[in-house]
Design a protein around this ligand. Structure first.
Ligand SMILES: CC(C)(COP(=O)(O)OP(=O)(O)OC[C@H]1O[C@@H](n2cnc3c(N)ncnc32)[C@H](O)[C@@H]1OP(=O)(O)O)[C@@H](O)C(=O)NCCC(=O)NCCS
Length: 151
C-alpha cells in the first residue's frame, strides 16, 4: 500500500475536490507536563525525524505540540479518531523548498494511516501549523484524486 504523496512544493492546485478537513489545538503547557512526566510518550508519538527537527529550536515542546495537533487534525480529515492508526503513522516533514516555500511542512503517511487514506480515496493531505508559547494548532485538508479532464 503506497502512501499518498505530499502536496507539490510550490503549492499549486491539482483541480481535485476537498474530501476532508480537520483542526486541532494543543495547550503547550499541558503537553509539556505530559512529556516531562512520561518521557516515553515522546518516542511513541513522534518519529526520529520529528524529534530531531524539534530539537533544533529553543523550545522543542512548542514544535512537538504543533506536530501532535497535526496528527489529530489528520485523524479528523481522514474521518477517523484516536486508535485508527498510530500517531507515528502521520509524520510532519519540513519542506526543502526555497523562497516562499521555505520551511513549509507536509505530511507523510505510513502504516494504517496510509491504508486508511487509500480506502477513503485521499490522494493528498495539506497541513498548516502555528504555535506560540501557549498554544499550538494545525489544520489538515484532504484532497481526493485529481479531477478527470474533459472527455
Ligand atoms: C510561514 C511564516 C509566515 C511563519 O509565521 P510565524 O507567525 O512566524 O510562525 P507560526 O507559528 O504562525 O508558523 C510557524 C510554522 O509555519 C510553518 N511554515 C514555515 N514556513 C512556511 C512556509 N513557507 N509556508 C507554509 N508554512 C510554513 C512551519 O510549520 C512553522 O512551524 P515549525 O517551524 O514548527 O515547522 C514565516 O516563516 C514565513 O513568512 N515564511 C516564508 C518563507 C520565508 O520567507 N523564509 C525565509 C525566512 S528567513
Amino acid at each position: 500500500m503506497s502512501a499518498p504523496p505530499p502536496p507539490p512544493e510550490d503549492g499549486s492546485p491539482s483541480g481535485a475536490a476537498v474530501v476532508g478537513v480537520g483542526i486541532d489545538a494543543v495547550d503547550v503547557g499541558r503537553f509539556r507536563r505530559v512529556l516531562a512526566r512520561r518521557p516515553g510518550v515522546g518516542v511513541r508519538l513522534f518519529t526520529d525525524g520529528e524529534r530531531a527537527d524539534a530539537a533544533a529550536v529553543r523550545d522543542p515542546v512548542e514544535r512537538l505540540a504543533a506536530r501532535f495537533a497535526a496528527k489529530e487534525a489528520a485523524m479528523k480529515a481522514l474521518g477517523s479518531g484516536i486508535g485508527a492508526f498510530a500517531f507515528r503513522d502521520v509524520e510532519v516533514v519540513r519542506g526543502s523548498g526555497t523562497g516562499a516555500a521555505r520551511g513549509r511542512p507536509s505530511l507523510r503517511l505510513g502504516g494504517d494511516a496510509a491504508a486508511l487514506a487509500a480506502r477513503r480515496r485521499v490522494a493528498r493531505l495539506h497541513v498548516s501549523l502555528t504555535h506560540t508559547s501557549q498554544v499550538a494548532m494545525a489544520v489538515v485538508v484532504a484532497e481526493g484524486p485529481p479531477a478527470a479532464g474533459p472527455a
